[in-house]
Design a protein around this ligand. Structure first.
Ligand SMILES: *Cc1c(COP(=O)(O)O)cnc(C)c1O
Length: 359
């Protein structure tokens, strides 16, 4: 027995908190929208979902989400369109990825209808929280975790699927300096680097802190085996633009099992190909990046992910040497593809790929 759309119960809040919020100026993840969706899985079935006031959940300290990180999540955005409507960006990709993460942690799948219809209903109910066109977006965080009260590390049986949202303003740092770390790795073959389990992120925090303590923004991750190939940029996929025979060639690490298959990554690749840019998905040796920088053929580097869309890398620090990239004003590809992606996501350009899901 699985929950269907008709089983989502809505308990609206008596009064919205929205009038207290300056929507265009809220920092990322600082104020949460009025409602959240909560659905429970127990005794082998999904119970009807409820959309109710955002707030604390009553949970026991022994739950395996807390003890063993039996927990996965997703992140996507809803935008205000030029028409005033609200649309989610490729949410079915997140539904599928959540279930791939769940499977890897021996968790039952979340029915796609629960994920998608739950998402649409929640965002529709809180659509006043979506900032105006050009003034930001609504970030949507589905998460799914075990509430088994047991400290035995075994596949769990009781779960909560929760979706909450928050608005954030247009301002996001346009660029970042990165520290190449050889001490820590984010992912390794046979691990979970190509998924979004909660447990991937805590072990990255110290590396990130060390980068920040050194005056940089985040970490450029190398592969676990040889510390030789570039994998990701913080919690973003990474792209390099190399000068090549009078044009440019964009290179991003191939999805080898340790790279997170970002929805933004996929969208950017699609749009680059559409723009006629030569694109390669393959391993990217750090040596190649350094050699290109030395020869003046490293034109751009950028990270992609839902929250920031596309962030330019300004400087790469590797073994105490700083490698300054060309100034942002000289960059052609990153800014163009970013603009094109945002134009589609906000309805300014036609949605030729069927990426928008109007709520
Ligand atoms: C979520 C995530 C990304 C970006 O994925 P999107 O689907 O584009 O948001 C990239 N790298 C890591 C490690 C991530 O967790």
């Amino acid at each position: 027995m699985n929950a269907d759309l008709s089983e989502i119960r809505i308990e609206p809040v008596p009064a919205s908190r929205l009038p207290e919020v300056d929507l265009g100026n809220v920092p990322f993840s600082s104020v949460f929208s009025d409602h959240m969706l909560v659905a429970e899985y127990r005794d082998g079935a999904w119970c009807p979902a409820v959309i109710r006031a955002y707030g604390p959940l009553a949970l026991s300290p022994s739950i395996s989400a807390l003890q063993y990180a039996v927990s996965v999540f997703e992140g996507l955005k809803a935008h205000r369109l030029t028409t005033g409507e609200v649309a989610l960006f490729r949410p079915w990709e997140n539904a599928r990825r959540l279930n791939r993460s769940a499977l890897r942690l021996a968790m039952p799948e979340v029915p796609e209808s629960l994920f998608l219809d739950g998402l649409r209903r929640l965002v529709r109910l809180d659509q006043a929280w979506v900032p105006a066109l050009g003034a930001g977006a609504l970030y949507v965080r589905p998460c799914y975790f075990s509430v088994d009260e047991s400290v035995r590390p075994k596949p769990a049986e009781r779960f909560l699927f929760v979706i909450f949202t928050f608005p954030f303003g247009a301002y996001f740092p346009a660029s970042v300096d990165v520290l190449v770390t050889e001490r820590y790795v984010r992912a390794f073959p046979g691990g979970t680097g190509d998924l979004k389990p909660a447990g991937n992120y805590a072990p990255a925090l110290l590396a990130d802190k060390e980068a920040r303590d050194a005056g940089l923004g985040t970490v450029l991750w190398l592969d676990a085996r040889e510390r030789r190939y570039v994998e990701e940029c913080g919690v973003m996929n990474v792209f390099f633009v190399f000068a090549h025979a009078g044009g440019a060639r964009v290179v991003t690490p191939e999805l080898s099992g340790t790279i997170l298959p970002g929805v933004t990554r996929d969208s950017v690749l699609t749009l680059l190909r559409e723009m006629g840019v030569a694109v390669e998905e393959r391993r990217v040796p750090m040596d190649e990046v350094l050699a290109a920088h030395r020869q003046g053929t490293l034109l751009e580097c950028f990270g992609t992910g839902t929250a920031a869309t596309l962030t330019h890398v300004r400087r790469i620090r590797y073994r105490d040497a700083d490698h300054e990239l060309p100034p942002l004003e000289t960059r052609a590809i990153g800014p163009a593809v970013r603009e094109r992606l945002i134009a589609i996501a906000t309805g300014r350009s036609p949605d030729g790929y069927g990426w928008l899901d109007r709520v």
